[in-house]
Design a protein around this ligand. Sequence first.
Ligand code: ADQ
Length: 447
Amino acid sequence: MCVSSSQDSEYPTTQYPSLNQSVAAIVFGDGSESRLYPLTKRRSKGAIPIAANYRLIDVVMSNCINSNITKIYALTQFNSTSLNSHLSRAYSGVGLGKDGFVEVIAAYQSPEEKDWFQGTADAVRRCLWVLEEYPVDEFLILPGHHLYNMNYQRLIKAHRSSNADITIAVSSTTIGNHDPGFGFLNINSENQVVEFKERPEREPVDFMAVDSSRKSEDGSTCDLGSMGIYVIKREVMTKLLTECFPKANDFTTEIIPGAISMGMKVRSYLFDGYWEDMNSIKSFYRANMECTKKETSGFNFYDRDSPVYTLPRYLPPTLVTGAHITDSIIGDGCILNSCRIKGSVIGMRTWIGDAAVVEDSMIMGSDVYQGDRRIKEINGMEIPIGIGKSSHIRKAIIDKNARIGKNVKIINKDNVQEGDREAFGYFISEGIVIVLRSAVIPDESII
Ligand code: ADQ
């Protein structure tokens, strides 16, 4: 089998032009409502907090910067206010060099185009006039909600050395993915992609993204799981979007299959590192829990060669007074009293009261310190932001600025798998309780 491997030697800069001049990344922030609801109720996917100090989009942005790709266009549409604000504040001066930039292009309407962007291809087509500003050789298309560490230099090198029109990154992770909407492809013995389609809605298959045993009789390999990451030659992209398929809305279902049917050179590139497509509550929760493990096969936030960038907040260190903490990560600026924390992610500025227990949970933290107001609230009427005394939280996601009262139990006591209790401040998805942003859960509640 002839899938290019991510283990290839480093990018030979003598042979090819430097990536900061010759490649532009197009990062997708979010297009529509997603299965990450209610985390996406007021924000887009890319802006969801992850791993205590970061937002989802930081991972892909950092991969670009660490790969010396410094011309970055971020296309945003759905609930994009917080994402646009994060991107412009975090990446305005981060080591992008003199020609580097992060340009946020929020969906817009114009006299000719009165609708929102209809999909990934439509979004790129309508932004071509901006994207074509620099004479790059390739565009690198990247979904902004994946957790992985990829050196894109190797992907670009594989693309260039095979002289492909399009290269699709595929993951070697065994995904067991039952997701409709997940793309898969077949290749022939020359690594030419001969088929590319979305997983059909009604025929879920337990699939191994790359499994050399799953070869069909003609020698092609089945069910390579697409990561939704494409390298496309600049002139090929313009031609596909404007001449060949001017009405196509989507890369996965229309542009890429169209390019294959036209006989274009579409190749695959095997990525064999950790990759989590955080497109559901369950996968988002799993990725966060993976971050709390010492021996992790998950994402490595501690790799000195691949730092993860984010917005500097200049917060004070976390204050721990009597807390017992195991297997957890704690963000900046928290105040943790005599509580017990196990296997959890504790986000920035979290306040946890005495005798509270937090297990196998993700607490996103708070946007503000309450200061004097917290004291007033503790003494009186309102429930302050944070987790009140003697409360117990297990297998839950607590969104930002939530106010959990005293003696509350969030333990999914009835083992509900799916439940919409938005009016009461929470949801249950795949057995995981999600407390909504800014929700108030009164003292003594049991969920
Ligand atoms: P999806 O992520 O389901 O699958 P796709 O429609 O290609 O779907 O969107 C890619 C990303 O772009 C998503 O994050 C989406 O929210 C965002 N997006 C869509 N329209 C946008 C717009 N107008 N503006 C900004 N962002 C927009 C893709 C591939 C599959 C592959 C999976 C792997 O389609 O083939 O298997 O990724 O995760």
